[in-house]
Design a binder for this molecule. Sequence first.
Ligand code: HPA
Length: 273
Amino acid sequence: MKYTYEFFQETADYLKKILPDTPEVGLVLGSALGPFADTIENPVIIDYKDIPNFLLSTVASHAGKLIYGTVAGKKVLCMSGRFHYYEGYDFEQLVIPVRMFKLMGVKALILTNAAGAVNMDYKPGDIMVVSDHIKLNGASPLRGPNVSEFGDRFFDMSRAYDPELRKLALACAEGIDLSVHEGVYMFFPGPQFETPAEIRAARILGADAVGMSTVTEAITAAHCHLPVLCLSVMTNMAAGILGRPLTTEEVDEVGKTIAERFSIYVTKIIRTL
Ligand code: HPA
């Protein structure tokens, strides 16, 4: 079996030799949210390609760098660039980043992503604190032999998005120049954006936003009892809502316009943790 506990330890052992200290908070930056990485102080930057048993970013807006440093006085380990199923990775491979964070000793993991708004009360540029997710597509990242050092074969998902962290994130929204909601993220595998009919179905099922990432990370974190906070940036209204085609440019543009305010918000959350 390839994905043994030792496989993941090899990654962590390499990083522990390079990093000056144990990180307290893990962070994954999604599409168009890369600029937050520039706010990390005293950065130690490691290329994904140099990390044993790690994966490589293939998406242009994902830098492919692991950054250790401080934010608001806290030691953070940040993935600037994440891995997606649509890049060709198997769901089983997508456990690698979260198990790295777990073995590096982080006490909380903040996941960020760009998402399409399904909820008609949301607008581009709004933030959604993810309360839960819907994943009806594809296999579980935990499919295959259980690595029991991380967690049990069967495990609870009802607190996958940590209630305390959600409360903290909503409280931190006070006084920040962003509209922050709480809602349900629905995973679609991509890389095509959803069809208008899929978006109508998602809304009926209870989704507030849709996206192509994050859920594998949240599932892997729940398995190894790593508390997760997920923040979705609404970069667009989902397909069919505005009656015009969706473009990557639109997604990237909205990401850019809120990058600075989003950084302030995330920094405040990290300070408050
Ligand atoms: N759908 C899926 N993923 C996305 C979207 C969307 O509308 N916007 C940003 N990421």
